[in-house]
Ligand binder design. Structure first.
Ligand SMILES: C[S@@+](CC[C@H](N)C(=O)[O-])C[C@H]1O[C@@H](n2cnc3c(N)ncnc32)[C@H](O)[C@@H]1O
Length: 323
Protein backbone atom coordinates (compact mmCIF):
# COMPACT_ATOMS: atom_id res chain seq x y z
CA UNK A 1 0.00 0.00 0.00
CA UNK A 2 1.20 3.53 -0.73
CA UNK A 3 1.64 4.52 2.91
CA UNK A 4 4.42 1.93 3.14
CA UNK A 5 6.27 3.19 0.08
CA UNK A 6 6.55 6.63 -1.45
CA UNK A 7 8.13 5.26 -4.61
CA UNK A 8 5.08 5.06 -6.85
CA UNK A 9 4.36 6.96 -10.05
CA UNK A 10 2.46 10.14 -9.24
CA UNK A 11 1.26 10.95 -12.73
CA UNK A 12 0.34 9.16 -15.92
CA UNK A 13 3.30 10.84 -17.58
CA UNK A 14 5.66 9.52 -14.94
CA UNK A 15 4.25 6.03 -15.42
CA UNK A 16 4.50 6.38 -19.17
CA UNK A 17 8.13 7.42 -18.87
CA UNK A 18 9.17 4.46 -16.75
CA UNK A 19 11.42 2.12 -18.69
CA UNK A 20 10.32 -1.48 -18.93
CA UNK A 21 11.70 -3.35 -15.94
CA UNK A 22 15.10 -4.99 -16.20
CA UNK A 23 14.45 -6.84 -12.96
CA UNK A 24 11.70 -7.35 -10.41
CA UNK A 25 13.08 -4.62 -8.17
CA UNK A 26 12.28 -2.14 -10.94
CA UNK A 27 8.57 -3.01 -10.82
CA UNK A 28 6.79 -0.56 -8.54
CA UNK A 29 4.62 -2.15 -5.88
CA UNK A 30 4.50 -3.67 -2.45
CA UNK A 31 6.04 -7.09 -2.02
CA UNK A 32 8.60 -7.30 0.76
CA UNK A 33 11.52 -9.76 0.91
CA UNK A 34 10.08 -11.80 3.81
CA UNK A 35 6.86 -12.31 1.84
CA UNK A 36 8.82 -13.22 -1.27
CA UNK A 37 10.55 -15.90 0.81
CA UNK A 38 7.19 -17.22 2.01
CA UNK A 39 5.48 -17.14 -1.40
CA UNK A 40 8.52 -18.98 -2.72
CA UNK A 41 8.34 -21.54 0.08
CA UNK A 42 4.59 -22.23 -0.18
CA UNK A 43 4.57 -22.36 -3.97
CA UNK A 44 7.72 -24.49 -4.16
CA UNK A 45 6.24 -26.86 -1.61
CA UNK A 46 3.15 -27.26 -3.78
CA UNK A 47 5.37 -27.85 -6.80
CA UNK A 48 7.50 -30.45 -4.99
CA UNK A 49 4.41 -32.26 -3.78
CA UNK A 50 2.77 -32.08 -7.20
CA UNK A 51 -0.26 -30.42 -5.68
CA UNK A 52 -2.53 -29.50 -8.58
CA UNK A 53 -4.46 -26.28 -8.83
CA UNK A 54 -4.64 -22.79 -10.26
CA UNK A 55 -3.30 -19.48 -8.98
CA UNK A 56 -5.30 -16.34 -8.28
CA UNK A 57 -4.36 -12.80 -7.33
CA UNK A 58 -6.92 -10.13 -6.46
CA UNK A 59 -5.23 -6.72 -6.78
CA UNK A 60 -2.14 -6.69 -8.99
CA UNK A 61 -1.25 -2.99 -9.43
CA UNK A 62 1.82 -2.97 -11.71
CA UNK A 63 2.42 -6.69 -11.26
CA UNK A 64 5.16 -7.06 -8.68
CA UNK A 65 3.73 -10.05 -6.80
CA UNK A 66 1.89 -11.36 -9.89
CA UNK A 67 5.13 -11.55 -11.88
CA UNK A 68 6.67 -13.48 -9.01
CA UNK A 69 3.71 -15.87 -8.77
CA UNK A 70 3.69 -16.39 -12.53
CA UNK A 71 6.99 -18.26 -12.21
CA UNK A 72 5.20 -21.05 -10.36
CA UNK A 73 2.55 -21.72 -12.97
CA UNK A 74 2.75 -25.23 -14.42
CA UNK A 75 1.50 -26.47 -17.80
CA UNK A 76 -2.26 -26.90 -17.86
CA UNK A 77 -2.83 -24.54 -14.93
CA UNK A 78 -4.42 -21.09 -15.04
CA UNK A 79 -3.21 -17.94 -13.34
CA UNK A 80 -6.04 -15.44 -13.00
CA UNK A 81 -5.46 -11.86 -11.91
CA UNK A 82 -8.21 -9.40 -11.08
CA UNK A 83 -7.90 -5.63 -10.85
CA UNK A 84 -9.96 -2.56 -11.65
CA UNK A 85 -6.95 -0.95 -13.38
CA UNK A 86 -8.38 2.11 -15.13
CA UNK A 87 -12.05 1.12 -14.75
CA UNK A 88 -14.45 2.81 -12.34
CA UNK A 89 -14.71 1.42 -8.81
CA UNK A 90 -18.00 -0.14 -7.72
CA UNK A 91 -18.71 2.32 -4.86
CA UNK A 92 -17.67 5.72 -3.53
CA UNK A 93 -15.37 4.45 -0.79
CA UNK A 94 -13.52 2.21 -3.24
CA UNK A 95 -13.40 5.08 -5.71
CA UNK A 96 -11.74 7.30 -3.12
CA UNK A 97 -9.27 4.52 -2.36
CA UNK A 98 -8.43 4.24 -6.06
CA UNK A 99 -8.04 7.99 -6.53
CA UNK A 100 -5.86 8.27 -3.45
CA UNK A 101 -3.54 5.36 -4.15
CA UNK A 102 -3.71 4.05 -7.72
CA UNK A 103 -4.90 6.97 -9.83
CA UNK A 104 -2.27 6.52 -12.52
CA UNK A 105 -2.65 2.76 -12.90
CA UNK A 106 -3.47 1.28 -16.29
CA UNK A 107 -3.95 -2.28 -17.43
CA UNK A 108 -1.58 -1.60 -20.27
CA UNK A 109 1.23 -0.73 -17.85
CA UNK A 110 0.64 -3.94 -15.90
CA UNK A 111 0.61 -6.04 -19.05
CA UNK A 112 3.82 -4.49 -20.37
CA UNK A 113 5.54 -5.24 -17.07
CA UNK A 114 4.24 -8.81 -16.95
CA UNK A 115 5.30 -9.52 -20.52
CA UNK A 116 8.79 -8.35 -19.62
CA UNK A 117 9.14 -11.52 -17.54
CA UNK A 118 6.70 -14.05 -19.01
CA UNK A 119 5.73 -15.06 -22.53
CA UNK A 120 2.03 -15.33 -21.76
CA UNK A 121 -0.20 -13.00 -19.85
CA UNK A 122 -2.33 -14.45 -17.08
CA UNK A 123 -6.11 -14.49 -17.50
CA UNK A 124 -6.92 -10.85 -16.71
CA UNK A 125 -10.26 -9.96 -15.14
CA UNK A 126 -10.64 -6.18 -15.27
CA UNK A 127 -13.53 -5.81 -12.87
CA UNK A 128 -14.31 -5.49 -9.16
CA UNK A 129 -13.02 -8.50 -7.25
CA UNK A 130 -16.56 -8.99 -5.93
CA UNK A 131 -17.38 -10.77 -9.19
CA UNK A 132 -14.39 -13.11 -9.25
CA UNK A 133 -16.41 -16.28 -8.61
CA UNK A 134 -18.01 -15.83 -12.03
CA UNK A 135 -14.58 -16.16 -13.65
CA UNK A 136 -12.81 -18.82 -11.59
CA UNK A 137 -14.10 -22.33 -10.91
CA UNK A 138 -14.98 -23.37 -7.37
CA UNK A 139 -12.39 -25.67 -5.71
CA UNK A 140 -9.85 -24.96 -8.45
CA UNK A 141 -7.11 -22.87 -6.81
CA UNK A 142 -4.12 -23.91 -4.73
CA UNK A 143 -2.94 -20.38 -3.87
CA UNK A 144 -4.93 -17.14 -3.60
CA UNK A 145 -3.37 -13.75 -2.84
CA UNK A 146 -5.89 -11.14 -1.68
CA UNK A 147 -4.51 -7.62 -2.20
CA UNK A 148 -7.30 -5.62 -3.88
CA UNK A 149 -9.49 -3.10 -2.05
CA UNK A 150 -8.46 -2.73 1.58
CA UNK A 151 -11.97 -1.82 2.77
CA UNK A 152 -13.77 -4.18 5.13
CA UNK A 153 -16.78 -5.07 2.94
CA UNK A 154 -14.59 -5.86 -0.05
CA UNK A 155 -12.01 -7.89 1.87
CA UNK A 156 -14.75 -9.79 3.66
CA UNK A 157 -16.22 -10.75 0.27
CA UNK A 158 -12.79 -11.55 -1.19
CA UNK A 159 -12.11 -13.96 1.68
CA UNK A 160 -15.48 -15.65 1.15
CA UNK A 161 -14.63 -15.98 -2.56
CA UNK A 162 -11.19 -17.41 -1.76
CA UNK A 163 -12.74 -19.98 0.52
CA UNK A 164 -15.00 -21.07 -2.30
CA UNK A 165 -12.31 -21.07 -5.00
CA UNK A 166 -9.53 -22.78 -3.06
CA UNK A 167 -8.97 -26.50 -3.20
CA UNK A 168 -9.08 -28.37 0.07
CA UNK A 169 -5.55 -27.66 1.31
CA UNK A 170 -5.06 -24.41 -0.58
CA UNK A 171 -3.28 -21.39 0.87
CA UNK A 172 -4.77 -17.92 1.20
CA UNK A 173 -2.63 -14.81 1.74
CA UNK A 174 -4.02 -11.48 2.89
CA UNK A 175 -2.12 -8.24 2.45
CA UNK A 176 -2.00 -5.40 4.97
CA UNK A 177 -3.94 -7.36 7.56
CA UNK A 178 -2.51 -5.25 10.37
CA UNK A 179 -1.64 -1.90 8.83
CA UNK A 180 -2.74 1.10 10.82
CA UNK A 181 -4.30 2.78 7.77
CA UNK A 182 -6.56 -0.13 6.76
CA UNK A 183 -8.32 -1.58 9.83
CA UNK A 184 -10.96 -3.16 7.61
CA UNK A 185 -8.48 -5.79 6.43
CA UNK A 186 -7.68 -6.72 10.03
CA UNK A 187 -11.37 -6.94 10.90
CA UNK A 188 -12.13 -9.12 7.89
CA UNK A 189 -9.08 -11.35 8.42
CA UNK A 190 -9.53 -12.09 12.09
CA UNK A 191 -13.29 -12.28 11.58
CA UNK A 192 -12.69 -15.12 9.14
CA UNK A 193 -10.42 -16.84 11.66
CA UNK A 194 -13.08 -16.49 14.35
CA UNK A 195 -16.10 -17.49 12.30
CA UNK A 196 -15.14 -19.52 9.21
CA UNK A 197 -12.45 -21.88 10.47
CA UNK A 198 -9.62 -20.10 8.64
CA UNK A 199 -6.48 -21.38 10.38
CA UNK A 200 -3.59 -18.92 10.72
CA UNK A 201 -0.31 -20.50 9.64
CA UNK A 202 1.97 -17.48 9.92
CA UNK A 203 2.13 -13.71 9.77
CA UNK A 204 4.77 -11.23 8.62
CA UNK A 205 4.78 -7.47 9.08
CA UNK A 206 2.43 -7.15 6.12
CA UNK A 207 0.77 -10.44 5.24
CA UNK A 208 -1.32 -13.18 6.83
CA UNK A 209 -1.01 -16.78 5.57
CA UNK A 210 -3.72 -19.32 6.33
CA UNK A 211 -5.63 -22.35 5.20
CA UNK A 212 -9.05 -23.91 5.61
CA UNK A 213 -7.44 -27.29 4.99
CA UNK A 214 -4.89 -29.57 6.64
CA UNK A 215 -2.69 -27.65 9.07
CA UNK A 216 -0.19 -29.71 11.05
CA UNK A 217 2.06 -30.96 8.27
CA UNK A 218 2.46 -27.65 6.45
CA UNK A 219 2.88 -25.83 9.74
CA UNK A 220 5.57 -28.28 10.91
CA UNK A 221 7.48 -28.01 7.63
CA UNK A 222 7.30 -24.22 7.66
CA UNK A 223 8.60 -24.13 11.23
CA UNK A 224 11.50 -26.42 10.30
CA UNK A 225 12.29 -24.24 7.27
CA UNK A 226 12.35 -21.09 9.41
CA UNK A 227 14.54 -22.76 12.01
CA UNK A 228 17.13 -23.26 9.28
CA UNK A 229 17.26 -19.58 8.34
CA UNK A 230 19.49 -17.06 10.06
CA UNK A 231 17.93 -14.04 8.37
CA UNK A 232 14.37 -14.23 9.68
CA UNK A 233 13.27 -14.28 13.32
CA UNK A 234 10.24 -16.39 14.22
CA UNK A 235 8.23 -17.25 17.28
CA UNK A 236 4.92 -18.94 18.06
CA UNK A 237 1.66 -17.48 19.35
CA UNK A 238 -1.43 -19.60 19.98
CA UNK A 239 -4.33 -18.06 18.03
CA UNK A 240 -7.76 -19.68 17.77
CA UNK A 241 -6.25 -22.95 18.94
CA UNK A 242 -3.43 -22.95 16.36
CA UNK A 243 0.29 -22.37 17.00
CA UNK A 244 0.54 -19.52 14.49
CA UNK A 245 4.10 -18.48 13.59
CA UNK A 246 5.08 -14.83 13.87
CA UNK A 247 7.85 -13.84 11.49
CA UNK A 248 10.06 -10.80 11.55
CA UNK A 249 11.87 -10.58 8.25
CA UNK A 250 13.33 -7.11 7.98
CA UNK A 251 16.67 -8.63 6.95
CA UNK A 252 15.30 -11.49 4.86
CA UNK A 253 17.40 -12.52 1.88
CA UNK A 254 15.27 -12.49 -1.26
CA UNK A 255 14.71 -15.72 -3.17
CA UNK A 256 15.34 -16.16 -6.89
CA UNK A 257 13.34 -13.81 -9.09
CA UNK A 258 11.84 -14.23 -12.53
CA UNK A 259 14.25 -13.00 -15.19
CA UNK A 260 13.37 -9.98 -17.30
CA UNK A 261 13.81 -10.13 -21.06
CA UNK A 262 15.16 -6.57 -20.81
CA UNK A 263 18.01 -7.49 -18.49
CA UNK A 264 21.36 -6.28 -19.71
CA UNK A 265 23.48 -9.03 -18.25
CA UNK A 266 26.92 -10.24 -19.18
CA UNK A 267 26.46 -13.39 -21.28
CA UNK A 268 27.14 -16.48 -19.25
CA UNK A 269 26.33 -14.82 -15.97
CA UNK A 270 23.11 -14.60 -14.08
CA UNK A 271 21.46 -11.29 -14.71
CA UNK A 272 18.30 -9.53 -13.72
CA UNK A 273 18.07 -10.65 -10.17
CA UNK A 274 16.72 -7.92 -8.01
CA UNK A 275 18.72 -6.56 -5.17
CA UNK A 276 22.16 -7.45 -3.97
CA UNK A 277 20.77 -9.83 -1.38
CA UNK A 278 19.19 -11.97 -4.06
CA UNK A 279 22.61 -13.23 -5.09
CA UNK A 280 22.83 -16.94 -4.13
CA UNK A 281 19.96 -18.95 -5.46
CA UNK A 282 18.89 -16.25 -7.87
CA UNK A 283 22.26 -16.08 -9.55
CA UNK A 284 22.38 -19.83 -9.83
CA UNK A 285 19.01 -19.77 -11.52
CA UNK A 286 19.92 -16.95 -13.92
CA UNK A 287 23.33 -18.46 -14.65
CA UNK A 288 21.86 -21.84 -15.42
CA UNK A 289 19.53 -20.25 -17.95
CA UNK A 290 22.21 -18.06 -19.49
CA UNK A 291 24.99 -20.64 -19.74
CA UNK A 292 22.68 -23.19 -21.21
CA UNK A 293 21.99 -20.60 -23.91
CA UNK A 294 18.30 -21.30 -23.71
CA UNK A 295 15.32 -20.00 -21.88
CA UNK A 296 13.72 -21.91 -19.07
CA UNK A 297 10.24 -23.25 -19.82
CA UNK A 298 7.76 -20.43 -19.83
CA UNK A 299 10.51 -17.83 -19.49
CA UNK A 300 11.16 -14.94 -21.85
CA UNK A 301 14.28 -15.13 -23.93
CA UNK A 302 16.84 -12.35 -23.77
CA UNK A 303 15.99 -9.83 -26.47
CA UNK A 304 17.83 -6.56 -26.57
CA UNK A 305 18.64 -3.62 -24.37
CA UNK A 306 15.67 -1.56 -25.51
CA UNK A 307 13.38 -1.30 -22.54
CA UNK A 308 11.38 1.75 -23.54
CA UNK A 309 7.65 1.33 -23.13
CA UNK A 310 5.79 0.92 -26.40
CA UNK A 311 4.32 4.25 -27.47
CA UNK A 312 1.49 4.83 -29.86
CA UNK A 313 -1.83 5.06 -28.16
CA UNK A 314 0.03 6.05 -25.00
CA UNK A 315 -0.89 5.15 -21.48
CA UNK A 316 -4.36 6.21 -20.49
CA UNK A 317 -4.50 8.01 -17.21
CA UNK A 318 -7.34 7.31 -14.87
CA UNK A 319 -6.91 10.85 -13.59
CA UNK A 320 -6.76 12.58 -16.93
CA UNK A 321 -9.79 10.71 -18.18
CA UNK A 322 -11.71 11.97 -15.18
CA UNK A 323 -10.57 15.56 -15.29
C1 LIG B 1 -2.04 -2.72 -3.01
S1 LIG B 1 -2.36 -2.77 -4.71
C2 LIG B 1 -1.78 -4.35 -5.20
C3 LIG B 1 -0.30 -4.50 -5.03
C4 LIG B 1 0.32 -5.65 -5.80
N1 LIG B 1 -0.17 -6.94 -5.38
C5 LIG B 1 1.82 -5.59 -5.76
O1 LIG B 1 2.45 -6.63 -5.69
O2 LIG B 1 2.40 -4.49 -5.81
C6 LIG B 1 -4.10 -2.93 -4.76
C7 LIG B 1 -4.70 -3.08 -6.14
O3 LIG B 1 -6.07 -3.41 -5.98
C8 LIG B 1 -6.82 -2.80 -7.00
N2 LIG B 1 -8.22 -2.67 -6.51
C9 LIG B 1 -8.73 -1.79 -5.64
N3 LIG B 1 -10.03 -2.02 -5.43
C10 LIG B 1 -10.36 -3.09 -6.18
C11 LIG B 1 -11.56 -3.84 -6.39
N4 LIG B 1 -12.71 -3.51 -5.78
N5 LIG B 1 -11.52 -4.89 -7.23
C12 LIG B 1 -10.37 -5.24 -7.88
N6 LIG B 1 -9.21 -4.57 -7.71
C13 LIG B 1 -9.20 -3.52 -6.87
C14 LIG B 1 -6.12 -1.49 -7.27
O4 LIG B 1 -6.38 -1.05 -8.59
C15 LIG B 1 -4.67 -1.86 -7.02
O5 LIG B 1 -4.03 -2.16 -8.24
Amino acid sequence: MPEASASVPTSAQELDDLPLPTDLAAVKGWFHPADQVLFDWFLNRQRTRDEPGDLLELGVYLGKSAIFMGDFLRPGETFTVCDLFDSPAPDDANSQEMNRSYATLTRRAFEANYRSFHDELPAVVQAPSAGITAHVRADSCRFVHIDASHLYEHVHADIAAARRLLRRDGIVVLDDFRAEHCPGVAAATWGAVATTGLKPLCITATKFYGTWGAYDEVHGELKAFLEGRDDMWHGAEEVAGQPMIRISGGKARMPAHPVSRHASGVPGQGAAVAGAAAAGAAQAKGAAQATAGQQAPGKPGRRNGDNRRPKGRGLVSFLSRRS
